[in-house]
Design a protein around this ligand. Sequence first.
Ligand code: GLA
Length: 644
Amino acid sequence: MEDVRLMHEAGVNLVSLAIFSWSRIQPTEDVWDFDWLDRVIGILHDGGVSVNLATATASPPPWLAHANPEMLPVLADGTRLWHGARQHYCPSSPVYRSAARRLVEAMAERYAKHPALAMWHVGNEFGCHVPACYCDISAQAFREWLQRRYGSLEELNRAWGTDFWSQRYSSWEEIIPPRRTPTWPNPTQQLDFMRFSSDALLDCYEIEREVLQRLSPGVPITTNFMSFFKPLDYWKWAEREDVVSNDSYPDPSDPASAMKAAMAGDLMRSLGRGRPWILMEQSTNRVNWREINQVKPPGLMRLWSYQAVARGADGVMFFQWRQSRAGAEKFHSAMVPHGPMSSSPGWREVVQLGAELRRLDGVGNTQCHAEVAILFDWESWWALELPSKPSSALRQMEQIESVYRSLYEANITVDFARPRDDLSAYSLVVAPALYMVTDEGVANIERFVGAGGVLLMTFFSGIVDESEHIRLGGYPKPFQELLGLNVVDFHPLGIGQHVGLRFADGTAARGTTWSEHIELGGAESLATFASGDLAGRPAMTSNGFGSGTAYYLGTRPDGAAMARVLEIVCSRADVASGAETPHGVEAVRRVGKGKSILFLLNHRDVAVEVPIGEAGTNLIDGTEVHRGLLRLEARGVAAIHEGW
Ligand code: GLA
C-alpha cells in the first residue's frame, strides 16, 4: 500500500514484476507459490498501476541446477559456471528449456487474463553474463545448426577453409565450439559460433514467445536489450518483439556518454522500424557494477530520460523500485532509496519527472525522421573484430562513433540500417568499416547510389563475404566500380600515431588508426595524405555513380576534420542540421500528423541560451517559447511544440 502511494507520487503507471522470481514461484520441482505474486499484482491493479510481467526465466532456481548440473554453462576453457548468482544456464540445455517452458506456461495460464497485465517481459537481458556456452550439449546443438546451414560436411570444409592448418573435418562429430586452442581458432568457425550462440538464445526467447502468444494472445511481448550489445544480433531479435525495450546505463563520468546514449536510442528506434520503444531500465543515480560508481549529478537522470523520449521512446522506466537491503545489488540506486525520502534528491527528481511526463501526451504518435542512415550489421562487427587482422585497433564501435559524433553534434538525426534494408528513404548512407558484406548488400548499396543517393564509405569495407573469405581482385572488390578506385594495400597506423592530411582547398588535418594505398580508377581525390610513405596519394575520394555520388575515406580523420568530411557529404546530399545550437546542446525533433516537437537538451553543467527559430509551447512546463533566445538551465530540457 505504501508502495502504491509512493508510485502515485512518482507518476508510476507500469511496473516490471517477477523478473528474478523463479525460485519464489516454484520453490521445488512440484511446488508452486503464486499467492504472493497474486497479492502484489492485485495491490498494483487496485492502485491503477499496470504490470510488465516477467516470465521469470532469467535465473533458474538452485534445485534445478543441483539436480541437473549439466544444464550449467561452460566457458571456452572448460570452466563450468555454478549456480549462486544468475543466468547460470546453457542456452541449448533441454533441461533448462523445458523447465523454462513449464514456468512460462504456468505464468501465462495464471495471469493472461489479469486486467493489470499490460506486457510480457521475456527473460531478462539475454546473454548479459553468459552470451555463449561451450559445453558438450552446446557442441551437439552447434553441429545441428551447422548441418542446417551447410547441408554437407564438404560445404562446411569449404566455408571454413579447413585446408589451412590441417583442419579438414571427416565427420560431424569432430566439430566442436571454438574452445581454448593453442592459437587462433578457425575464424569462420568462430564467426559461425557467434551466429549460433545468438540464435541459441533467440530460440530460448522463441520458446517463451510461442507459449505467450498461445496462452495470452494480444498482450505485447518484449525483452530488454542492452544497447549495442555485441553478442546478440538484435536485428533478428527485434523482428520477434512487439515492443523494443532497452536498458541504458551510461557512465556519468564519461564525457562521451550523452552521444553514446543518443546513438543507442537511435538504434532502438531503428530496430523497431520506427515504432516507439521503451527505456526499460536506467538508474536513478549510482550503479554498483563499475570499479568506481559515481553519482549522477542533479538533473542528469531527468536529462537522459528526456533524451530517450526525444529519440523515440514512449516510456521511461527504472531498475529498481526499492533499493534492496540484501543481495548483490544493494548499493545500486533505486527510485525509493535506503534512507528517508525527504533527504533524497534522487526521489525528488523522480517525482518531478513523473509529473512532467504526464504532460507530454502531445508526444504520442510522433516519431523522429532521419534522412541519414548508418549501415550497421552485427555479423560484420563480429567478423571485423576476429583476431589476426591488419590492425586490432580497428574497432567497429569506434568507427561508427567517429561518424555518428559529427552528425550528432550537427543535430542531424540518424537511423541505423542493415546493408540489405530498403535505403530509398535516405539521402545519405554512411558505411563505417563495413568489413563483411553479402552480394545482396552490395547490390542494395549500389542501387541506392545509382538511384541518386549519396554514400560515404570508410576503409576496410567490402573486404570479405559471409564466410569471411577475401573478395579477391583488389580491395574493396565489390565496391571498386562504385567508388572508382582500387586499394593496393593497407597501412594501419600505430596507437597514437597520426598521418597528415591535406584537403583540396589546402587545409590541413590529421588521420588516425589507418591509412592505405589508394589508386584512382575514375574517382576524384578530395584530400591527400600529407606525410609518411603515402604522402601525395589520395586519402578521400568521390565518384559519380548513376545519379548519385560515392565518397570514400582511407583514414579516420580526427575531430574537426571528420566534421568537415560530414559537412561535404551532407551538403551534397542536401541534408541540413535540424537546429543550430550552442556546443553541448542536443536538438532532436519528433514529428507527427501536423505537429512537430523540438527537444532541446542541455548536456552542459552551465546555463546556455539557445536560438529559437520557430515559436511554440514548451510541453514540459506549459510556457510559451518565442523566437529569439531561450535560456536552458544546466542540464535543462525543453520540449517545444512548434507553432501555436
Ligand atoms: C541490468 C539488469 C538488472 C540490474 C541492473 C543493474 O539492467 O537487468 O537486473 O542488474 O542491470 O544496473
